[in-house]
Design a protein around this ligand. Structure first.
Ligand code: SF4
Ligand code: SF4
Length: 364
């Protein structure tokens, strides 16, 4: 009689012990407070800039306020151009220097804290998050696009980034300086204000469509179209602090992956290298297992999970501290060295601000 081949015996994996997290999570409350404060700061800057521009539009009649240089944070292309100018010449540019300091600051944040700028500071990121949360309430869930379509769409932001980098990369220091000194370059910030003040039908339809898509798909603009976020994502690859999972402590419940707005497989990986991770810590917030998931430096090798994470974890307050240190450090440095403000005679603004809408890009 022929003998049957021996079947391998399936040994069930031992169930890991669930140890409930000792302290409640405060990451989301802390992050939302920081988002709110930055939103208020931007609203304040926007209002002050509006009043400044109105003064010149009314021919110097009415209350005069100082130009808030912080609005240049909304000029990332000027920031990129000026950073290149600084690298080529070693000189701080005269026009829109604050754009450069803020650009460098946000890049440094990405180098140390993944794309924390996107989920902790950026007003567009905050608004996007608000929209998908509203969308989830209305429709019961957000859409997850098929993987092939998601990857194809994600490449769009790199195409846009590539276009900017190619154009700016081909410019010499003299060309960069000349561009900034054109009437268009001098009042690029006023043009941006006018874009939102006198929004046309086409722009309104596009923005409306993007808002609708952002309600359906989490962070639609940030994930697929934002070239600034694409650049920060590339910088974030070097971040020593990442979302890290301890396989010994993790009970494989999958809650973290479900909560991740970037759709990352947090429950399967030991560290999240992805350029899409915005350090929002939503995954950490939902993980109820002690020492399983952290926003942390690489852990120590030996010992129990608690010992491995010792002095490696960034608490939400520590994240705030690093963000504040970089942001206020650079702003104060620029102010102390008299490199924060664009210093132009009032007569130049008196001439250019009222006719900012007629000024076209020098390359057109
Ligand atoms: S991995 Fe965590 S921190 Fe990164 S985007 Fe997803 S939820 Fe946010
Ligand atoms: S939430 Fe994620 S990290 Fe935490 S126990 Fe569940 S699978 Fe593991």
């Amino acid at each position: 009689m022929a003998t049957q081949p021996a079947q391998p015996i399936q040994v069930p994996k031992p169930k890991k012990a669930f140890i409930r997290r000792f302290a409640p999570d405060r990451s989301q409350r802390t992050r939302h407070i920081v988002q709110g404060l930055f939103l208020v700061l931007n609203a304040w800057l926007g209002l002050q800039f509006y009043l400044w521009a109105r003064y010149f539009e009314h021919g110097g009649v009415g209350p005069s306020v100082a130009r808030p240089a912080g609005v240049e944070g909304w000029l990332p292309i000027a920031g990129l151009m000026n950073t290149k100018y600084l690298l080529l010449t070693g000189r701080v540019p005269q026009i829109h220097p604050a754009a450069m300091f803020l650009f460098i600051g946000f890049m440094l944040m990405s180098l140390f804290l993944k794309k924390a700028f996107c989920s902790w500071l950026c007003p567009v990121g905050t608004f996007s998050e608000f929209l998908w949360k509203i969308g989830r309430r209305i429709f019961g869930r957000n859409l997850r696009l098929p993987r092939w379509f998601d990857i194809a769409l994600r490449s769009l932001k790199y195409v846009l980034l590539g276009l900017f980098v190619a154009v700016i990369g081909a410019m010499s220091a003299a060309a960069l300086e000349d561009f900034m000194a054109t009437p268009y370059g001098l009042v690029a910030d006023v043009k941006m204000l006018n874009f939102f003040r006198n929004i046309g039908i086409t722009a309104a339809v596009v923005i409306g469509l993007l808002m609708l898509l952002s309600m359906l798909v989490q962070n639609f603009w940030c994930r697929y179209l934002c070239p600034y976020g694409a650049l920060m994502g590339l910088a974030s690859l070097f971040s020593p602090v990442k979302i890290r999972r301890d396989q010994d402590a993790c009970i494989d419940c999958g809650k973290c992956a479900k909560a991740c707005p970037a759709g990352l497989a947090v429950d399967k990986l030991v560290q999240i290298r992805s350029v899409e991770c915005t350090a929002c810590m939503e995954c950490v917030a939902v993980c109820s297992t002690q020492d399983a998931l952290q926003f942390a430096l690489p852990r120590r090798r030996a010992g129990a999970p608690a010992e491995r994470w010792c002095r490696r974890v960034l608490t939400p307050l520590a994240v705030c501290g690093v963000i504040a240190y970089i942001f206020f450090g650079l702003v104060l440095f620029a102010r102390a060295t008299n490199h924060w403000q664009t210093i132009l005679p009032q007569s130049v603004y008196m001439q250019l601000v009222p006719r900012a809408n007629q000024l076209t890009h020098p390359g057109m």
